[in-house]
Design a protein around this ligand. Structure first.
Ligand code: UGA
Length: 436
């Protein structure tokens, strides 16, 4: 099939490249000419394991091309995925200006039937907005062109997005047109992924499934983070409590019950906020969502408090921040715990050394004056305390004797419960983790 994917961020680029691997003819569009020029040289602008290989393969076999012009490729496209950014606006709602701009451009230039699909996470009702935007322009053009609007939310996780695409648990496609053409075409698009359950729904339900899924997972994390706070008061171990919960198949062994440094990234914080605002604007505030966000905020403060427990006066003290991304295997620093912890420690006049193999470039953009180091051991050197914020495992394989010799003081805040508390409490003594 001939497919256009508009927007080459984490979602659009991964989706477009993976569709090309399924054998479709894909054009990935972006208005950012620098980004497109880089992609045309197979230079991937984001870090996502396995993505470079899929892009290179698609580019070499001619299934995947990159362009800045939507108009140029519109005529041949059967379906157009909108995967542009929907950043949170000042009012807490997702900002849909880029989605609307794409819909407007499509409406000005289409000449025959198209299926237009939202791939970015968009609030319920966005499909209706796109429908109305396009129809209004077609009416003004005085042309009778039919089109369908569908929702096909993505459930990919950063860091495993390529794997999730090919081994995904479900594909949700929603469309309101009862003739079924769009839903059938979309099913065809994914027919070579037979192990993935395909759920056909109406438009609003598909849009809501995406928000509900992320809100539910975020709620699990806030639940376990608040349980962790309780464990600290009751001398219980949150990792054991989570283990006990996961053994109940109604909760599940993959449940998001790892207590830690709070949920970050471009999805959970934004999506929970959006859903909470949607509920509020409908006059039915949702306490569960509000509590999920409030607990997440409290968790940020609690990690800073743990550092202050080990180093009550940070002035002039050197603190090593290990790993900056919002989770392992990504360069994404949106809503990452490191942003809050770094700000709080700089306010207290600490000297910060930082390290992350993928995310330092993005972080340096906002914090040019920190000391960026070449590896975890150099980061620890001369530090009075180490703070592990991302769930990378490398610290466990570091030469601990060398780390002890290189550090000025042996203090560790393990904000992800990555390490054996028995060993660290016995050997380093000044070790704090989360909820245990
Ligand atoms: C999330 C969802 O998991 C995907 O299904 C969805 O497609 C995606 O958002 C999206 O909407 O695009 P992602 O943001 O890549 O994916 O990351 P997750 O692996 O879900 O982690 C989110 C945050 O929660 C991270 O900061 C992570 O460290 C934290 N987390 C996760 C915990 O603190 N505890 C857990 O048990 C799990």
């Amino acid at each position: 099939m001939n497919v256009l994917v508009v927007g080459t961020g984490y979602v659009g680029l991964t989706h477009g490249a993976c569709l090309s691997k399924l054998g479709h003819q894909v054009v990935c569009i972006d208005i950012d000419a620098t980004k497109i020029a880089k992609l045309q040289q197979w230079e991937i602008t984001i870090y996502e394991p396995g993505l470079a290989e899929v892009v290179t393969e698609g580019y070499k076999n001619g299934n995947l091309i990159f362009s800045t012009s939507l108009q140029e490729h519109l005529a041949t496209a059967e379906m157009i995925f909108i995967a542009v950014g929907t950043p949170p606006g000042k009012d807490g709602h997702a900002d849909l200006q880029y989605v609307k701009a794409v819909a407007t451009e499509i409406a000005h230039h289409i000449t025959d039937y198209k299926i237009i699909i939202t791939k970015s996470t968009v609030p319920v009702g966005t499909g209706d907005m796109i429908q109305a935007t396009i129809q209004k322009i077609l009416d003004a053009r005085k042309v009778a062109i039919t089109f369908d609007i569908a929702s096909n939310p993505e459930f990919l996780k950063e860091g495993t997005a390529v794997e999730d695409f090919f081994e995904g648990e479900r594909i949700v496609i929603g469309c309101d047109n009862p003739d079924g053409v769009a839903l059938n075409k979309l099913s065809e698009l994914y027919q070579t992924l037979p192990n993935t359950v395909l759920l056909k729904t109406d438009l609003h339900s598909a849009e809501l499934i995406k928000y509900s899924a992320n809100a539910f997972l975020a709620m699990e994390i806030s639940f376990i983070n608040s349980t962790a706070q309780l464990c600290e008061k009751l001398w219980a171990d949150v990792t054991v409590v989570a283990q006990g919960l996961k053994l109940d198949s109604r909760i599940g062994k993959k449940a998001f019950l790892n207590a830690g440094a709070w949920f970050g990234g471009s999805c959970f914080p934004k999506d929970v906020m959006e859903l909470a605002e949607t509920c509020r604007s409908l006059g039915m505030p949702n306490g569960l969502l509000d509590a999920t966000l409030a607990i997440n905020d409290a968790q940020k403060k609690s990690i800073v408090d743990k550092v202050l427990t080990l180093l009550p006066d940070c002035t002039g003290k050197t603190i090593a921040i290990l790993w900056l991304a919002f989770k392992a295997n990504t360069d994404d620093i949106r809503y990452t715990s490191a942003l809050t912890v770094v700000d709080a420690l700089l306010e207290r006049w600490a000297i910060l050394r930082v390290y992350d193999p993928q995310a330092m470039k993005n972080f340096r953009h906002f914090y040019p004056d920190l000391t960026y180091t070449d590896d975890a051991m150099s980061c620890l050197t001369g530090s009075d305390c180490a703070v592990v914020l991302t769930d990378r495992k490398e610290f466990a394989t570091l030469d601990r004797n060398k780390a002890e010799m290189n550090m000025h003081q042996k203090k560790l805040v393990d904000a992800r419960n990555m390490y054996d508390p028995t060993w660290f409490k016995a050997q380093w003594r000044e070790y704090i983790s989360v909820g245990r």
